[in-house]
Design a protein around this ligand. Structure first.
Ligand code: GLU
Ligand code: ZN
Length: 300
C-alpha cells in the first residue's frame, strides 16, 4: 500500500551533532533519519554544531562532519549555527528562569552528590542539598533548576506515549556548570526554539532527556516540537556506537554503501540497484519512499 506523503512546508527539522569526532554509523543514522523525515514532508533541514562543551570539542571535527554531510548529499537549508557562539542567548534564558525563582546555586562536589543521592534510571537524583541548605553563591557553583512532581508526557513518533515525573525520576538538574559552561539541556532548548524547529528526530539515547527539555520549554514559553527517537546502533558488545567505543568513521569513498547501511538500519528497503546509481538518485528514492512505520522501534 502506498502511504500518502503529507506535505508540511512548515516542517523544520535538524541534526545537532557534537563535534567530538567524525560521523560514525550511529550519528549517520540520526542524520539520515532526520533528513529523510524532513524532506519526505517537504520541510527544511538545519544543522547545528553542539560545541557548547569546549572541553569535549575536537578541533577540526565540526568541519569534518559538515564535509561528510555534503559528500553524502545532505544539504542544510540555512546557515549552520554553533553553540559556542551563543552564550548570550543561553544567559538570557537562564535569566528568565531565574526571575521565576526556580534556580539555585549548588556547590556540591561529584563525590558529595554520589554519596548523598539515590541512583535513578538516569543517574544520580540530586537530593536537593543546596536547595534546603543554601550554598554561599560566592563560591564557584553550578546552577540547578528546581523540578516538581507534575507528570510530563509527550507522544513520541515511534515509541508512543512517554511520561516522566522529574522530581522523583531525574531530580533538580544543572543548567550551568560550575566552570560556567551551559548544560546541554538548556542549550538544546534555546536553540531548537531559536531555529523554530518543529520536529526533533534523534537517537533514542536522548528520549529520557526530552521531558527535561519540555519542562524548560514550558517555563520559557517556547513551542514544544514533535519528537521522534530513532533506534540506537550498538556494537557486538551491545554498547552504543560512539567515539568512546571506537566506532569506525563514515567512509565517504563508500558514500552510497554508508547511506544504504544507515537506511537499512532504519528498516527501509531500498532496491539493490540503488547501489548502482548516484547519490542524487539515492535521495530521490528515499524522499519518495520513506516509511516511518518500517523503523524498528524496539526498546532501547
Ligand atoms: N548533540 C547531541 C549528540 O550528538 C544531540 C542532541 C540532540 O539531537 O538533541 O548526541
Ligand atoms: Zn549542591
Amino acid at each position: 500500500m502506498e502511504s500518502i506523503r503529507s506535505i508540511n512546508v512548515n516542517y523544520r527539522g535538524r541534526f545537532a551533532p557534537s563535534p567530538t569526532g567524525p560521523l560514525h554509523l550511529g550519528s549517520l543514522v540520526a542524520a539520515v533519519g532526520s533528513y529523510a523525515d524532513a524532506k519526505f514532508h517537504g520541510g527544511k533541514w538545519l544543522v547545528r554544531i553542539e560545541d557548547v562543551d569546549l572541553q569535549r570539542r575536537v578541533p577540526g571535527a565540526a568541519k569534518q562532519i559538515l564535509d561528510t554531510l555534503e559528500k553524502l548529499g545532505m544539504e542544510w537549508d540555512e546557515e549552520v549555527i554553533y553553540q559556542s557562539r551563543r552564550s548570550e542567548a543561553y544567559r538570557d534564558a537562564l535569566q528568565v528562569l531565574n526571575e521565576q525563582g526556580l534556580l539555585y546555586p549548588c556547590t556540591c562536589s561529584r563525590k558529595e552528590i554520589a554519596d548523598s543521592s539515590i541512583t535513578g534510571l538516569y543517574g544520580y537524583i540530586y537530593p536537593g542539598t543546596c536547595l534546603n541548605n543554601p550554598a554561599s553563591p560566592q563560591n564557584a557553583h553550578a546552577l540547578r533548576i528546581q523540578t516538581n512532581d507534575e507528570i510530563i508526557t509527550f507522544h513520541d513518533g515511534l515509541k508512543g506515549l512517554y511520561t516522566q515525573k522529574l522530581c522523583s525520576e531525574v531530580g533538580d538538574f544543572v543548567l550551568r556548570r560550575a566552570d560556567g559552561i551551559y548544560a546541554y539541556q538548556l542549550a538544546v532548548v534555546v536553540d531548537d526554539a531559536a531555529q523554530n524547529i518543529t520536529h526533533v528526530v534523534r537517537g533514542a539515547d536522548l528520549i529520557d532527556s526530552t521531558p527535561r527539555q519540555i519542562f524548560l520549554q514550558q517555563l520559557l514559553r517556547y513551542p514544544i516540537p514533535h519528537y521522534m527517537h530513532l533506534p540506537v546502533v550498538t556494537n557486538a558488545a551491545g554498547e552504543k556506537l560512539s567515539k568512546q567505543t571506537n566506532a569506525a568513521s563514515v567512509n565517504t569513498a563508500e558514500a552510497l554503501q554508508e547511506l544504504v547501511d544507515a537506511l537499512n538500519f532504519l528498516g527501509q528497503q531500498p532496491p539493490l540497484e540503488i547501489l548502482q546509481g548516484d547519490i542524487a538518485s539515492f535521495w530521490r528514492w528515499v524522499i519518495q519512499n520513506w516509511r516511518v512505520n518500517q523503523i524498528p522501534n524496539g526498546v532501547v
